[in-house]
Design a protein around this ligand. Structure first.
Ligand code: ATP
Ligand code: BTN
Length: 331
């Protein structure tokens, strides 16, 4: 569904009105028949949006169910291009896979958003599973088609993680931090993960998919099923959060950061990445392709390289195939 879709315009009109809006006014503003308006209202109702109708007065927006539906997302969006095309699913294997499939068929413009209430094969890095119960998390992917060299793709992960931590801090007050290379943590527990995948010709990318799983309204019981300490915004704030509203706040911050990455203008983003880093200055243990290394994280490079100081030597660690734990963490 696109931002210019008529159902989205009806919803925007109703949400911005003080009281009832007549069917005739809606029809005139959208340039469609009253029968068409009636059908659009039925479509919105099918998405869990309650619209009251009163004979002689018209229609009034009442409330929207807690669903990540395309019309709700589009009606609240405050971006120039990001998320203007939305595919919302009740169930999908993986929103990242959905975005890659779209791209493989030549579909989905720059900034297309794929969002789901549940994933049957949600994944993290290195094929690890991402698990979240139906309707409580934000599970989405952005299909991006920036002009970028493969070596610059980490900028997208950096933008996604920095903006996610900033949005969380600014909207909830939770002190979210970025755990290199692709997680967001709060109170020492994992709150969100970011999976960036891309397809490249030799020296330019064809497309990139940035997938984000954020624990929003999961309960302690939901989170206790995971195999590493995890938390949710609900646990951290004691309140349920409107996922669609949060998503809009996030996309409006992310858009400019993605534009900066495409321009190669990384200074401000990199400064935020350092400022919001959970690992910089801390002792960490890295495992993966090489023998495990324990050292102090002394620098992060914009291409995703972590610089460790261990035994008086500087070691460069590429984010590709390694896992990192704070040295105080149990294995
Ligand atoms: P690293 O990123 O350092 O390699 P990681 O263990 O976080 O380590 P990822 O591939 O980033 O690995 O993320 C996948 C892991 O995240 C899963 O193996 C699981 O431990 C954890 N996980 C899965 N679902 C969730 C969730 N909803 N919230 C928090 N953590 C989760
Ligand atoms: C990680 O921590 O390794 C990244 C986890 C990314 C999970 C999200 S959920 C939405 C999108 N679809 C997926 O299959 N993965 C990402």
């Amino acid at each position: 569904m696109k931002r210019s879709n008529k159902a989205v315009q009806v919803l925007q009109d109703l949400q911005s009105a003080d009281g009832f809006v007549s069917g005739a006014d809606l029809a005139r503003r959208l340039g469609v028949s009253r029968t068409a308006i009636w059908k659009l209202l039925e479509n919105l109702r099918a998405e869990g949006i309650t619209i009251e109708s009163r004979p002689g007065l018209g229609y009034r927006f009442r409330r929207a169910a807690d669903r990540v539906s395309a019309p709700r997302i589009l009606a609240g969006l405050n971006t120039k291009w990001l998320g203007h095309e939305v595919l919302s699913h009740q169930v999908v294997d993986s929103t990242n896979q959905g975005a890659k499939d779209l791209a493989a068929h030549g579909d989905g413009g720059h900034g297309t958003l794929i969002v789901a209430e549940r994933q049957t094969a949600g994944r993290g890095r290195l094929g690890r599973p991402w698990q979240a119960p139906q309707g409580r998390a934000l599970l989405f992917s952005l299909l991006l088609r920036p002009r970028l060299a493969p070596g610059a793709v980490f900028g997208l992960t950096m933008a996604a993680s920095v903006c996610l931590a900033r949005t969380i801090q600014e909207t909830t007050g939770v002190a979210a931090l970025v755990k290199w290379p692709n997680d967001v943590f709060a109170e020492g527990k994992k709150l969100a993960g970011i999976l960036t995948e891309f397809s490249a010709f030799p020296d330019v990318i064809n497309y990139a998919v940035v997938g984000i799983g954020l624990n929003v309204n999961q309960t302690g019981n939901d989170l206790s099923r995971l195999d590493q300490p995890a938390t949710s915004l609900r646990q951290l704030t004691g309140r349920r959060l409107d996922r669609v509203w949060f998503l809009g706040e996030y996309l409006s911050r992310l858009e400019g950061a993605l534009e900066a990455v495409e321009r190669g203008d990384l200074d401000a983003l990199k400064a935020d990445y350092d400022r919001l880093s959970l690992v910089l200055g801390r002792r960490v243990r890295v495992t993966g392709v090489m023998a495990p290394v324990t050292g102090r994280a002394v620098a992060l490079a914009a291409d995703g390289t972590l610089i460790l100081e261990a035994g008086g030597r500087k070691i460069e660690v590429n984010c590709g195939d390694v896992s990192l734990r704070l040295d105080s963490d149990p294995d």
